[in-house]
Design a protein around this ligand. Sequence first.
Ligand code: HXC
Length: 510
Amino acid sequence: MHDKLEHLNNLRRLVEAGGGRKRIDKQHEAGKKTARERIEALLDPGSFKEVDVFAASDDDFTNMENPGEGVVAGHGIIDGRKVYVYAQDFTVTGGSLGRVHAAKICKVLDLAMKVGAPVIGLNDSGGARIQEGVDALNGYGEIFFRNTMASGVIPQISVILGPCAGGAVYSPALTDFIFMVSGVSQMFITGPQVIKAVTGEKVDMETLGGAATHSKVSGVAHFINSSEDDCMLTIRALLSYLPSNNLDEAPVYAPVEPVTDKETMLEIIPDDPNKSYDIRDIICGVVDNSQFLEVHPYFAQNGVVGFARLEGRPVGVVANQPAALAGSLDINVSDKIARFVRFCDAFNLPVVTFMDVPGFLPGVDQEYGGVIRHGAKIIYAYAEATVPKITIIVRKAYGGAYIAMCCSALRADAVYAWPSAEIAVMGPEGAVNIINNKEIAQAENPVETRRKLVADYRTRFANPYIACARGYVTDVIDPRDTRATIIDALNNFSTKRESRPRKKHGNIPC
Ligand code: HXC
């Protein structure tokens, strides 16, 4: 037995050495951790249990041609809760994916589904292992199928920690959240060389698919961090808001009052309705410890989405951001909001919406880009969501955007308005231009007539009281009572049970 144990330990050491000292040094020189170091940094200390340690494509695996087949897989603990994890090992054939590599990832996905635990994939891969041909492609297909089946059942998190090309980017794209690290991560379907050959465009890897590109321009990445260690901390923070699966409760923490003084809630919105402000000041004035984990913070900044807690319980927060594009809804923000609302609904997280929206963004680019079908996604996502939905109209709520941002007709459970709310078909200036154009043109003093008509419209229509009279708004509240009002509403609707017609699945516009 002692000899056999020694043989076992030798084999284990060989697997753990991955692609060997030289390649590990190269990885470190590039500012990157190895697969095993990454797993250690992510999980609670000493909690990792590896599966399929000796998996190999060669029957005589003692050859150790590709130790571990280029991926380390298993499960561990984060803040006392079970998670499944796999980390591609770039030191072994560039983390490229062959048949057995894919099978190890598939097993982790299957086990995570079986026990209802989140999966975190640490990706660092040159894509399909060229030598394995169609077996590699089939391996990707098997992973994509499982990612799709797991969607809405267990949270799936993808972390890009190297150059990920070809098939290596589609599995992350099917998961819930993508993390990237500046200077370390790149994602692209086809790399700079292929692009140059096909289109003649010259672009470097970082500009094409680096963390800045995907977190600001394409919106592919949800979180960007400046180091691998920070990235692991953000993943742990994200998980603290999420249930382990769609049937489980999210963790509850001790309630903490916001840091913001209640009185400042009266000062955030400027007197001039055309002036902007940062909606995050309102969010942080309401949520526990003024702590807000923003998702997609650099993409489509005219909307804000993220996680927070109210009395210790996690909620999804959605808001318009007047500080960017006046908070209007455009193509990108529609995608951002719709996907976030659907995530919250899938995992039973209530959605709290702060509305200050002048409308959909006008423009030829927007129309040509399909703002109609993109904007429709927000309506669809809110309408299909059956979690508690609380909406606070803090200022503008105009036209179709008022409907889209979870009005009562989309089955918001409660809609509250601040006294500053303006709820109407369109803003005073635009409305007067249309309904009073002849009167203004014929007036002795058109400027003064226009000013009076705008003021009259504002008094008559741009307020919360008509919507209250019709029952579309539950109440007009003192901004200082916003936190207490939302908490009360969430407690009230915590036992909400609502269903939708039985069907195979809907067909969200896209
Ligand atoms: C086999 C690969 C590999 C691959 C890298 N390697 N990619 N082996 N199949 N796809 C190996 C290299 O031969 C090398 O082996 C080691 O990994 C490290 O690679 P380097 O090129 O030395 O590293 P680096 O300079 O950092 O460049 C990394 C890289 C580059 C940018 C990822 O290797 C690259 O462009 N690889 C190919 C990317 C690609 O086109 N993949 C196929 C995509 S198609 P040694 O032994 O020297 O250490 C695809 C289809 C699926 O994925 C589609 C499904 C929808």
